[in-house]
Design a protein around this ligand. Structure first.
Ligand SMILES: *Cc1c(COP(=O)(O)O)cnc(C)c1O
Length: 431
């Protein structure tokens, strides 16, 4: 990306050369002054635009977009999405509590995934009346039936089947192969549905798959749904009529510069699903996380030091791996841009640098051997596409308080999570 071009399709751009990077109508320099750094900044407009892409692409059929809460679980973002018709995919009782806090009316649009649901989590979800449990093992289905019987609440469930489809992504976030811990072997699903039909506290509501994350091609999604559709037809011939197919999440974005047409990507994805669904007349659920929020967010950091060790130049920022762990964990790429580019005389040449944080381990880096416009201590830099799996995966490693978060709505910005204080960090501990 040329440093002064608009990083389309992101909602971050320079109004003119030499101006500060803006999120929609708000200058990131002004946000750093108001809220300090490190700071997560999200565009509400972009999140809603992405939600609408899915809603429009699926307008021809009964559907529900269930945002995967784990990608970014900020209450204000959950509320924004719920107000615009989204449901939610949750993977813990804690995430259910977040939905209850942010958008209690949306609880009827919640699907509950995850391989290790506890009895307490199941109880909470039963009592609040979620849409469906995505069950990942026979043992879990047994526990669900027992809890449902105890409370005399019928449990709507979908089996999360493992379609044995290969998706080309990072091994840590690929989930659709038989040897992964997720889901139930699709070849065993039919027998389990038949068995469950004898239990009056279980309602076979749907079927689900989720083959992984950051998948750029629509092909594996289509392949997975084709296998699921076949099973749904077989079940219906046996008198088990499922009302919904949940295609999971996982549609990837382009973390590199490049041209990336989000609308075309969603259309291609929706077409692959449509084709694979054949004449299935029920409801389609999808669970996008990253695609909705990743490009809506940046992590704003300030340069503390620039130093040379041997042949290498290190740009040390006040943000670190505890704020954004994706580079360390997945070797992920995040574009890094100066918030204000120097222009004209004295602009300087780009340098090859490592961008790192202050945490005491060598895994604490954001970029290695990266070409970056010259920056100096005190300058602000923005790490792009940090809206998904950024704050959500942050920690207090090195006793670093978590960053604050800001939501930009057009020309206005508001704090949606204050910076953590040392009191927040120390208060659970006992001497
Ligand atoms: C993580 C996850 C998602 C969301 O994945 P993205 O890649 O963020 O779209 C959806 N469904 C389930 C079950 C998940 O575990």
């Amino acid at each position: 990306m040329a440093q002064t071009s608009n990083p389309s399709p992101r909602p971050f751009s320079y109004p003119q050369p030499g101006a500060a990077l803006h999120c929609d109508g708000v200058s990131l320099e002004s946000l750093a002054r108001r809220f300090d750094t490190p700071l997560y900044v999200y565009s509400a407009g972009q999140i809603l635009a992405r939600l609408r892409l899915f809603q429009q692409a699926l307008a021809g059929r009964d559907h529900l977009v269930c945002y995967a809460v784990k990608a970014n679980s900020a209450l204000a973002i959950l509320k924004l999405l719920a107000q615009n018709g989204a449901g939610f995919d949750i993977v813990s009782g804690g995430e259910l509590q977040r939905v209850l806090a942010a958008a209690p009316d949306a609880v009827s649009r919640v699907v509950f995934s995850g391989v290790g649901k506890t009895a307490a989590e199941i109880d909470l979800a039963l009592k609040t009346g979620i849409l469906q449990f995505n069950v990942e093992s026979e043992a879990e289905l047994k526990l669900l039936a027992a809890r449902a019987r105890k409370f005399k609440i019928r449990a709507r469930f979908a089996l999360r089947v493992n379609p044995d489809v290969f998706a080309d992504t990072h091994p840590y976030i690929s989930t659709g192969l038989r040897e992964h811990k997720f889901g139930i072997d699709i070849r065993l699903a039919r027998a389990i549905y038949k068995e469950a039909a004898n239990d009056r506290w279980l309602e076979a509501h749907g079927i689900s798959v989720h083959i992984g994350s950051q998948i750029r091609s629509a092909v594996p999604f289509g392949a997975a749904i084709e296998r699921v559709s076949k099973l749904v037809q077989q079940l219906s011939r046996k008198g088990i009529a499922l009302q919904s197919i949940d295609a999971g999440g996982g549609l990837g974005i382009d973390y590199h510069a490049g041209v990336f047409d989000a609308a075309a990507k969603v259309e291609e994805y929706a077409a692959a699903l449509e084709h694979a669904l054949g004449d299935f007349k029920g409801r389609l659920l999808i669970e996008p996380g990253r695609f909705l929020v990743a490009q809506a967010g940046v992590l704003l950091a300030r340069v503390l030091y620039v130093k040379r060790n041997g042949k290498k130049t290190f740009v040390i920022t006040d943000a670190a791996m505890n704020d954004l762990i994706r580079p360390a964990l997945y070797q992920a790429w995040h574009e890094i841009v100066p918030v204000r580019t120097r222009i004209g005389k004295g602009a300087g040449k780009p340098r090859i640098v490592d961008v790192v944080g202050p945490v005491c381990e060598s895994g604490d880096f954001f970029a290695r051997d990266r070409k970056l416009a010259p920056v100096e201590p005190g300058d602000l830099v923005a790490l792009l596409d940090a809206g998904a799996y950024g704050m959500a995966q942050s920690s207090n490693y090195n006793t670093r308080p978590r960053a604050a978060e800001v939501l930009v709505e057009g020309n206005k910005a508001r704090l949606i999570r204050r910076r953590e204080s040392m009191e927040d960090l120390l208060s659970p501990e006992v001497l």
